[in-house]
Design a protein around this ligand. Structure first.
Ligand code: ATP
Ligand code: MG
Length: 352
């Protein structure tokens, strides 16, 4: 039997509810598909920070390094500043394990209510650069409290960084419908973004079967709202990809279902899978969190581990569950997190 070591970090807020839900679903799926998951729980996050002054122990990254994959819930709490929760846990994991791809599929599940009047299906994937770019710590503020006060923030784009994320996007497009839309803002940001364009065009030359179109991110956002069906793979920098993937997941029916993978395609390090949504403190503890974003992320994890049949089956069952209306209040249903989970497990048993 194939075995995988999975590090589970439920984190904060509804992560405490959605990660156990995903575990239950995966365990029900594993046996019949001939594999087993060995779970290790890591109780890190903002509560841990409250007790220890750190988001995770000093040797936290070393402890995760041996895992085959990491399943993360959400990190963040109202009383802990974002830069502490983000830079104390999420960012170190992404960087230490060189998870340079943030992969964010957005595809409406049949039966969900969409924000657009035109609710025909679409299927896009945002490939976001996840380790460099605009989210650097380089910069600073000066002359605080004076009229001359200013702030500077540097963005760092390396040839290696842009090339490898572009390559990933083109290879993905080769397996899909053969189109890459690259988002920049080269009309306003005159050094880094033209550099991005140049490197992406070089990579495009190695992939003659893929059609590359360059967009300014603002125009791309508008076109996405007007007609998401014209897009397939969207390639973007750390900041632009962050924004565009929130847009595409909203278009696809909301934050409760959207999945995300933080992937090291070289497989030298564990990749990390997490829903796009945050810790949702407003509904934490009420038992109403939608577990589908977490479970869909877990399906991406299975796919990454090579369990493609199980991943496809789980995705199918998620679609059936949503279509049948077995959903939480955010999708217009009346079920609790656990009841949605029951419905999914039940379908997995019967639809074998
Ligand atoms: P963060 O800073 O961690 O991203 P946030 O407040 O920006 O947090 P979320 O925590 O994702 O964003 O919450 C945004 C809104 O969406 C909240 O009203 C929350 O209740 C709702 N929401 C988020 N995730 C879910 C979910 N899985 N099920 C139901 N509602 C959700
Ligand atoms: Mg947020």
């Amino acid at each position: 039997m194939r075995e995988y070591d999975i590090a589970a970090i439920p984190g904060d807020g509804i992560g405490q509810e959605t990660v156990p839900a995903a575990r239950r679903v995966l365990d029900a799926l594993a046996g019949p598909h001939g594999f087993r998951l060995r779970w290790t729980d890591y109780p890190w996050g903002c509560a841990y920070y409250g007790e220890t002054g750190r988001m995770m122990p000093e040797d936290g990254l070393e402890r995760l390094a041996g895992a085959d994959a990491i399943l993360l819930g959400a990190v963040g709490a109202p009383d802990v500043p974002d830069h502490v929760s983000l830079w104390g846990l999420l960012v170190p994991i992404r960087r230490r394990f060189d998870q340079y791809v943030s992969l964010r599929p957005a595809r409406p599940l049949p039966g969900t209510r969409l924000p657009l009047r035109d609710d025909r299906p679409f299927d896009v994937v945002v490939v976001r650069e996840n380790t460099e770019g605009e989210y650097s710590q380089i910069g600073g503020r000066m002359f605080t409290g004076t009229p001359e006060e200013f702030a500077v923030q540097e963005a760092v784009f390396t040839r290696r960084g842009v090339e490898r994320i572009a390559r990933y996007a083109f290879e993905l497009a080769e397996r899909r419908s053969g189109k890459v839309a690259s988002a920049t803002k080269s009309n306003g940001i005159v050094h880094t973004m033209p550099f991005w364009d140049e490197v992406v065009e070089e990579v495009a030359r190695d992939h003659p079967g893929v059609e590359l179109t360059r967009y300014h991110a603002d125009a791309l956002a508008a076109l996405l709202v007007l007609n998401p069906r014209r897009f397939d793979v969207i390639l973007a920098s750390n900041l632009l990809g962050d924004i565009l993937s929130d847009l595409t997941s909203a278009l696809a029916g909301g934050i409760g279902i959207a999945p995300c993978g933080n992937i090291d395609p070289t497989r030298r390090h564990p990749s990390m899978f997490e829903p796009i949504h945050g810790s949702a403190p407003d509904i934490a503890g009420t038992g109403t969190a939608n577990p589908i974003g977490q479970i869909w992320s877990a399906a991406m994890m299975l796919e990454h581990l090579g369990e493609t049949v199980a991943a496809a089956r789980l995705t199918k069952v998620l679609e059936q569950t949503v279509l049948a209306g077995d959903v939480t209040p955010d999708l217009g249903g009346a079920l609790s997190t656990d009841e949605v989970c029951d419905a999914i497990v039940e379908r997995l048993r019967h639809a074998a």
